[in-house]
Every structure is written in C-alpha cells, then in structure tokens.
Design a binder for this molecule. Structure first.
Ligand code: ATP
Length: 657
C-alpha cells in the first residue's frame, strides 16, 4: 500500500512543482494562482487505498439512494428493481448455454442432440430477450430519474445561496466551497445516482455470472475476479489523479473565470478600453490557460501511464485464466462441453467484472466531488443556522406576523468587523432614531457610513452590541417579520436587466402591481418622464444584450434605483445611501424634497457627502474611522466647531467661489 501511495505521490507533486514554478510571473499579479489551502484534503485522498475506497462504497451508495429516493421513489425502485430482475435472466441464459453445450457434446446422433437441445435453446432465447427488455426498461427508468434528481439538487442549491447571510459572500472559504460545488459538485451528486445504478447493474451481472459458474465449474470464479482486478486498479488510480489535479486547480479556475468575465462582458468593456487594460488581462488569461493546459498534459500523462500498466497486467492475468482452463481440459478435470460454456461465462463475467470495477471507481470519484457539494451545503446550512434569530435563545418577540412599524430604532454600542479583517469597520456606535425623524450620516470615505446603513438594513449582524426596534433586539427576530419595513436606495446602483416596471417594483415583486404607487415612486424620484418617454414605456427592457433593450445614463439608472427604494417603502425606515451622487441639480433637489416630505411620519437615514442635502436632518452623525465622533442638528454642530463644521466651511467656500 505504501509503495502505491509513493508511486502516485511521485506523479502528482511533480505536476504541482511545475505549476508553481512556471507561473511565477503571473503569480506576482494574481496570487490566487497558488494552490489553495485545502489541497491538504486532496493529499488525504491521494493516499487512500483501494480497500478504504471499497469500504466507503456502502456510505456513498446509501447517500445516492437517499438522493434518488427523495427525487422519485417510483423511478428509483424501477431503475434498481429492473436491473436485479435482468440479473436473474442473465443467470438463466448462461445455465441454458451450459445445458445446450452439454447436450450438443453428448454421444448421440446429431439430430437427436439438436432436438434435445431445443428446450434449453428456447429458454436461452427467452432469457436473452427478457434481459434485453429489462435492460431497456432499467435504462429508461434511470434517464427519467436523472432530470428529477438534477431539478431537486439545483433547487436546494439556490435555496441555500439565497438564504445564506450576506457576510458569507465576503468570506474566501465560502467562495472556494461555492466554486467547487458549482464547478462539479452539484453535477456529481446527480451523476452519483446514475453511477450507483450502473454499479448495481454491473454487480448484478457479476453475481449472475458467478451463480452460473458455481453450477458449471466453481474453480473458475476466483480466476474471473483476478483477471479483472488490474484494469479496475488502473481505473481507480486514473480517477484519483484527475481528482487531485482538479482539486488543486479550483482557485486558479476561479481567477481564470473572473478574468474571462472582465474581458467578455459589457459592464467592464468601457473601462477596459479607457485604460487599455485588454493586453494585460489577455496576458494574465494566457498565463492561466497555459498553466491549465500544462496541468491537463501532466494528468493525462500520469493517467496514460497508469492505464498502460493496468492493461499490461490485465493481459497477463487473462492469459493465465485461459491457461488454467486449457490445463483443466487437458488433464480431464473439466469436460469439453463444460469448458465451452465456461468460455462464454468468462467472456460475459470479465466484461461485467470490469464494468463493476469501473463503476466502483466512478462511484468513488463522483462521491469525492459530491462531497464538495455536501461540504458546501453543510457550510451554507451552518451559516444560515448561525444567524442570531435561529441560533440564539428563544426569540425576544413571539409570533410570525410582521412587527409594527417601529417608533424608535436604537443602535446600542454597535461594532462590526467584516469577515477576514483584523480591524472593526464600525466601533461602539450608539444612536437613537425616532419615527418621523431624519438622521444623516456624514464622514470621510471609509469612515463606516455604508456599514452602519447595512447594519440598519439588516444586511449584516453586529459583531457586538444591539440594534433595537422599540426595545426589541432585531437580530433575534426572523428578518421576514421586520424587513418589510425597510427600504434601501443603495450607494451601488444595481442595473437590473429587466423591464422598467419590474426594475421599480422589484422590492414588492410578490405583490400585485400598484400602478398609482408605481407612478408616484417614479415621479418622486424624477424618473417618470424618462420611463414614459421610453419607446416601450414601462415595458421597456433595460439591457442592450437582448433585442429591443436599451441602456441608461448613470444618473438615469440612479433615478430608477431611487424609484425602486421609494416603491418598496411603506412609511417604515428608508435608508438612502448617496442617492444623489449621479443626479443633476434639478433631480437632486426633487429627491431631497421627497425625502424631506417623509418628516413627521416615516424614518429616514440619509448618507450624503453633499452637506447642503443634510442640513435639514433632525440629527447629523459624524463618523470617523468607524467611531461616532459628533452628533446633533446642523446648527449645533456648526457652533461646536468640530469636524462637521470644518467640512461645512470647506464645502460652503467651494460653493461660494
Ligand atoms: N465587504 C467588505 N469587506 C471588507 N471590508 C469592507 C467591506 N466593505 C467595506 N469595508 C471596509 O469597511 C470600512 C468602512 O467602509 P464603508 O463602506 O462603511 O465606508 P463609507 O463611510 O460608506 O465610505 P464612502 O464614503 O467611501 O462610501 C472601510 O475601511 C472599507 O474598506
């Protein structure tokens, strides 16, 4: 076993060494070209013995059967059951062959022998036809099963992806697992079901042939197994080499995919050309593609070597099996009639045995990839379950209906640190926002304004501290109960490739369209004239990659984004993060009027670098390096002569000149 592992180790590390050495130039710019950390996991796989692999089979088979059963119990039973019955037909056909040859080699007149073989011949024809029919039926059942399993697997994947907390997408471990699951893991879960049906088919054939040989000449059974082992060994080794290679390349492929996306999509097409970045991107891409090609060559070379050794040993083993049969014939241990039947059985048995070993190998291989998907599912489920409202003690507010619109929202000593960072983005912020009031967040770039907004919108959970709605810790309540009261006009304008109408009503897409609200949201955001001026009005598609689609200017997209936030808003909390950054003066004034009109009834959190837009806020919170350093209305802060007053003077001066 040690020597096998060592032999494999000699093949694979050579590939790794060459990978990291030759890509040195590219690695300077793209460090992800290095093998990923969980390569160590693949090295464990590398040293697994055939028997360890065989021991894992029952678990993998059980797992595949559970997957298949959950997708369709009826087709699972059909796919497995028909194969098992086909096995009975195989044994019957082989025993009929044995009967026929014994009868034909008997000492009797030719016609008597032919007539005597008639019933066995009829049985052979019947059993062969039945086996073929059952095989077709089993194949049909398997093909019906596959799309059902795929459907279920995909549904679960996207359920997890959309339910996972936002912070998961900032985490590189999650990104790697997601990539591995998407790359092949999900497909492998589906393939594993098919593999297990193939495994059952092959196992049934082998058992059927062994049962027939037990009647014809039991001595040949172990020889049959011995003859198929070398090919099986080679298949297992090849798969493992490919697995180890693939696993080590996930990180590079992720980077490759990203560079390809940067080159081939319209969103980066402008900037790429402004900065003449195409050549550099192509260079990075080429380096990675070359690296992939070299890795492919390496693995193909190793696999071919493995298969050649397997085939060579298999040839010798088969020669040995037939040699033993000839020797038994020569010494009179088996009569000629039995030897003839044995040749037929061995032919079928060898094919079945090789299929079995290949199936074992495929089940194991796909099992490894499927484990990537299961690992991802487990990680995603863990992240979902770790959300405070699920993981913490009993909820602090019971029931399942939406909470009432909050009268007070409080941040109590809230801190937040992004995953993987060693400093807080927000530290010890305490604030109270009364219903009907406007709070403005002000501060330099990177001071933590958007992070506070995201915490308020429930996108992230505070690392410490609490966010209270009417005294209730919001992180311990199901977000479905309070998110309906939160609307956001995000800093990063999302250009949804939908119609203008869907783009505006996305935040309430599950509800019937409210035309009046749709128009008033668009009007208040300064987007109504624009939408009504589109060739197709509200039905205008906003993506030039589809026929009839169009694109918008930066400011027009931002108006649409504001309309989306306003349509969703129902008088709860509206977070507007730099909502006017791309707007012209008229549109900006209109939007700020709209936000001001909320005063007295709805709560607004406004982030803006244009201090003219925040002077009317009931309170202005000034953030610096994640800390709240000043809080109060405009007039008080100007009198206090601190950071805000400084910024105000600076902007007023530039407007005055
Ligand atoms: N997803 C993220 N992962 C890691 N760090 C982040 C992430 N988003 C923001 N940060 C960091 O958190 C800090 C606060 O960022 P934030 O976006 O809240 O600042 P801001 O005050 O809104 O800045 P701006 O005025 O530029 O919009 C910054 O140091 C930023 O680099």
């Amino acid at each position: 076993m040690r020597s096998r592992a060592g032999w494999l180790a000699r093949l694979v590390p050579r590939q790794r060494k060459r990978d990291s050495g030759e890509e040195h130039t590219a690695a300077e710019a793209l460090p992800e070209l290095e093998d990923i950390a969980w390569y160590r996991h693949a090295e464990e796989v590398e040293t697994a013995s055939f028997w360890r692999m065989a021991r894992q089979l029952p678990g993998l088979v059980g797992q595949a059967l559970r997957t298949a059963w959950s997708a369709s119990p009826a087709w699972t039973v059909a796919a497995i059951g028909l194969n098992v019955i086909a096995g009975v037909a195989t044994t019957t056909a082989l025993l009929a062959v044995s009967d026929i040859s014994t009868t034909l080699f008997a000492a009797a007149p030719t016609w008597d022998r032919v007539l005597a073989a008639g019933p066995a011949l009829a049985l052979l024809v019947g059993a062969t036809a039945a086996r073929a029919g059952l095989g077709v039926g089993a194949g049909f059942a398997q093909q019906r099963l596959n799309p059902l399993v795929l459907n279920r697997t995909e549904r679960e994947f996207y359920r997890l992806i959309t339910a996972v907390p936002r912070a998961a997408f900032d985490d590189d471990t999650f990104a790697d697992r997601l990539k591995a699951a998407k790359d092949r893991g999900s497909r492998a879960v589906v393939d594993l079901v098919g593999d297990v049906v193939d495994l059952v088919t092959a196992a049934v054939t082998v058992v059927a042939v062994a049962a027939a040989l037990a009647v014809i000449e039991p001595v040949l059974i172990p020889l049959l197994f011995a003859a198929a082992l070398p090919t099986g060994w080679a298949a297992v080794r090849s798969a493992r080499l490919m697995y180890v290679s693939n696993r080590s390349r996930v990180s590079r492929r992720r980077r490759l995919w990203m560079v390809e996306w940067l080159m081939d999509n319209r969103w980066t097409a402008d900037d790429q050309r402004y900065h003449e970045a195409g050549q550099w991107l192509r260079g990075q891409h080429q380096a990675m593609v070359d690296q992939e090609t070299r890795a492919d060559f390496e693995v193909i070379r190793s696999q071919t070597l493995t298969r050649a050794v397997g085939q060579l040993v298999a040839g010798v083993a088969i020669a040995g099996v037939y040699g033993v049969l000839l020797w038994m014939l020569a010494t009179g241990t088996v009569p000629l009639a039995v030897a003839a039947a044995a040749v037929v059985a061995i032919g079928q048995g060898r094919a079945g045995m090789e299929s079995l070993l290949v199936a074992v190998n495929t089940v194991y291989e796909d099992g490894l990839y499927a484990a990537d998907r299961h690992e991802f599912d487990a990680l995603a489920a863990e992240r979902i379950a770790a959300q405070p409202h699920l993981a913490g003690p009993a909820p602090v507010a019971t029931g399942s209906d939406p909470l009432p619109v909050p009268q007070t929202i409080e941040l109590v000593d809230v801190s937040f640190r992004y995953p993987g960072k060693d400093t807080d983005a927000v530290t010890g912020v305490s604030l109270t926002i009364e219903r009907g009031r406007t709070l403005a967040l002000v501060g330099e770039n990177g001071s933590g304004k958007t992070t506070v907004a995201k915490l308020l919108a429930g996108l992230y959970t505070p690392t410490s501290g609490q966010i209270l709605w009417d005294g209730v810790d919001i992180t311990r309540i199901d977000p479905a109960r309070w998110r309906c009261h939160v609307a956001v006009i995000a800093q990063q304008v999302q250009q949804w490739p939908f119609t203008a109408e869907l783009s505006v009503r996305l935040g309430r897409s599950g509800e019937p369209v409210d035309r009046e609200r749709l128009e008033s949201a668009a009007r208040d955001a300064g987007a109504l004239d624009m939408i009504e001026g589109f060739e197709h009005g509200w039905s205008q598609l906003l993506d030039t990659q589809f026929r009839g689609g169009t694109d918008l200017s930066g400011g027009q997209w931002q108006r649409l984004s504001s309309a989306r936030g306003l349509y969703r808003d129902r008088g709860g909390l509206l977070v507007a993060d730099e909502p006017s950054a791309a707007l012209d003066a008229r549109a900006e004034a209109l939007l700020f009027d709209t936000l001001r009109a909320r005063a007295g009834s709805a709560t607004t959190v406004l982030i803006s670098h244009r201090l003219q837009g925040v002077v009317h806020a009931d309170a202005i919170a000034v953030l610096d390096e994640g800390k709240l350093i000043e809080l109060g209305p405009h007039r008080d802060l100007v009198v206090a002569d601190g950071v805000y007053a400084d910024l105000w003077r600076l902007q007023s001066k530039s407007y005055a000149t």
